[in-house]
Design a protein around this ligand. Structure first.
Ligand code: GUN
Length: 298
């Protein structure tokens, strides 16, 4: 038997329908959600991602700003733009597409974004909130790709509680926050990376495997426990130039119980959770302003 294919496009459509409805209610109350997306340089992949993010905003009824700057754009000028967007009440979320050109310190840029507008969830305040868990985590923003992975697990009824989850990859964008979210959901979590000597020894014990490495065929059939759920965050090209993930999909499918395809799995969920975080940021502003109105009235 082959694994159930976890359809990220279908789940995205469903979630984006709810998001658009909530956005229209907010807009009617004078708080249309707004996202500013900044891209610096000519990275072709970044340009495609940013275009998709801006289109998704329009489809969900959000206001969006798209700022594109040349490769030699100065870091100080970028920090000035972020300060202006931090102060702009029509902007609830700010996203600076990574990677940035090497002359710009990405950490300095991320830390310049107001945590309340950091809908990527990369600011140290949001990363820290996720680490602390509980009420702190609920008040922060979760990074979009791992957040989307948690929604994909939920969509197939996979509750991480008591399960052994293996995350392959330790980036700040995916691997580390993914591990934290699984831990919060009461999984036993192992993080593997490029210096892990025997990857298969870990993955063979895993009920859930999340692969976020950026290398084809990182996970193959003999590395997977029968019945495991496999999420593929990779985005690569095969020898024919076709899009593929980090998992040998055809090989793993007869072993796993459920798995995401590439494309059509995790990818669409990343943008969906970006919309969700931006909506949440706008709803928080709207709640604060209606609380202020109530306090002025009373
Ligand atoms: N580059 C690759 N993934 C992401 C992401 O989720 N957010 C940003 N800002 N840059 C990225």
């Amino acid at each position: 038997m082959s694994a159930t294919v976890i359809d990220g496009n279908q789940l995205s459509r469903q979630l984006r329908g709810d998001i658009a409805l909530r956005a229209s209610r907010l807009a009617a109350a004078g708080h249309q959600p707004g996202l500013a997306v900044i891209v610096v340089g000519d990275n072709p992949a970044s340009k495609v991602y940013v275009r998709n993010k801006v289109k998704a905003c329009a489809d969900a009824g959000f206001h969006s700003l798209h700022e594109a700057y040349p490769d030699d754009f100065a870091e100080a000028a970028l920090l000035d733009r972020i300060a202006a967007l931090n102060a702009d009440p029509a902007v609830h979320g700010i996203l600076v597409q990574l990677p940035l050109p090497v002359h710009i310190d990405a950490n300095r840029v991320i830390e310049a974004i107001a945590p309340a507008k950091d809908v990527d969830g990369f600011h140290i305040a949001n990363a820290g909130a996720l680490m602390v868990g509980g009420a702190a985590a609920a008040a922060g923003f979760k990074p979009c790709t791992p957040y989307g992975c948690m929604k994909l697990l939920e969509s197939v009824g996979c509750d991480p509680r008591g399960k052994h989850a293996v995350v392959i990859g330790r980036s700040n964008i995916v691997g580390k926050p993914m591990a934290m979210l699984l831990l919060q959901a009461h999984a036993t979590v192992t993080i593997c990376h490029s210096a892990t000597p025997d990857l298969a020894a870990h993955t063979r014990l895993a009920d859930i495997v999340v692969v976020a490495v950026g290398r084809r065929n990182t996970l193959t059939a003999e590395m997977v426990k029968p019945g495991a759920v496999v999420l593929d965050v990779g985005m690569n090209r095969d020898d024919d130039g076709k899009l593929c993930g980090d998992v040998d999909f055809a090989g793993v499918s007869p072993v796993a119980s459920a798995m995401t395809p590439v494309p059509g799995g995790v990818g669409p969920m990343t943008i969906t959770m970006l919309l969700m975080n931006t909506l949440e940021a706008a709803e928080r502003v709207a709640r604060r302003s209606s609380a202020n109105v109530e306090s002025i009235r009373s």
